[in-house]
Design a protein around this ligand. Structure first.
Ligand code: ZN
Ligand code: FE
Ligand code: FE
Ligand code: ZN
Length: 265
């Protein structure tokens, strides 16, 4: 079975992953992957913003690590990318980042609502201070803005709000409608991210229901393990592929220098 590219890989520069890019590449080759992409947590303009991303002055080191992986694994196509936090007001900074290197793609991810990174286990107590529906709705609204911003090629882990298995009483699937419409309109791809299977929610991001709605709207997809260690590369890609096929997908998209190309699944 031919596997799609794993477009969501981290590096130790973000301070909570381990293993050099060349080790991730070695694992990808063991699995028979033909293409991978590094998309580590991008820097913020303020260095003291948080403690789980590279600093802006480490961007060149990041690019060099990926270049080394390319040199040592010439049989593998290795893409250079970033996972960029979408926060309203940061658009100018994100454009500046985008211009710094010839990225193959940018994944836009929503982790923050205000000053709260909702997926941070150290801030789990903040979930108890809110109605889950309120958090999920705010999350969906932010996701829609990220998709419509014209800054990103892919939106990462679209229903990350489910990470700790804290759900609203009502089915939230419909709340993702405006986001999917914005993604389709802006030509942004949706990521199937298998990291959710390793979290309390025990489910790929996004849910089958959201993915089915995405297929109905003709939103293209990419795949990512969100690996923070070499052994996580390509994790559960068989399950992600089965999920994508089960809702009707027959294609995924690859990116080169921010140009999209459709590939058969
Ligand atoms: Zn991370
Ligand atoms: Fe993320
Ligand atoms: Fe990530
Ligand atoms: Zn991620």
């Amino acid at each position: 079975m031919k596997l799609p590219a794993d477009y969501h890989l981290h590096t130790p520069l973000c301070r909570h992953a381990r293993g050099e890019p060349t080790e991730y590449a070695a694992r990808a080759r063991e699995l028979g992957l033909e293409e991978i992409g590094f998309s580590d947590h991008s820097p913020m303009s303020r260095e003291d913003f948080d403690d789980w991303r590279m600093r802006a002055d480490q961007l060149d080191e990041y690019v060099a690590k990926v270049a080394r992986a390319r040199r040592e694994h010439p049989a593998l196509r290795i893409k250079l990318a970033l996972e960029v936090d979408y926060l309203p007001g940061q658009e100018a900074w994100i454009r500046e980042l985008a211009a710094r290197h010839p990225w193959d793609y940018l994944i836009g991810s929503v982790h923050y609502l205000g000053d709260w990174d909702i997926d941070n286990p150290k801030k789990l107590s903040r979930w108890r201070e809110h109605d889950p529906a309120e958090v999920w709705r705010a999350y969906c609204e932010r996701l829609t803005r990220a998709a419509a911003a014209g800054l990103f090629d892919i939106i990462g882990h679209a229903d990350l709000a489910k990470k700790f298995a804290i759900y609203p009483v009502a089915d939230p699937t419909g709340w993702f409608g405006p986001f999917l419409a914005a993604a389709r309109e802006a030509g942004v791809a949706l990521e199937l991210n298998t990291a959710g299977l390793r979290k309390e929610c025990r489910e790929i991001y996004p849910s089958r229901a959201i993915l089915a709605a995405a297929f109905a709207q003709d939103v293209p997809i990419t795949f990512g393990s969100d690996a923070h260690a070499p052994e996580e590369v390509g994790a559960d890609f068989d399950r992600a592929l089965a999920l994508a096929r089960s809702v009707g997908y027959t294609r995924w998209v690859r990116f080169t220098q921010r140009q999209r190309e459709v590939v058969a699944l």
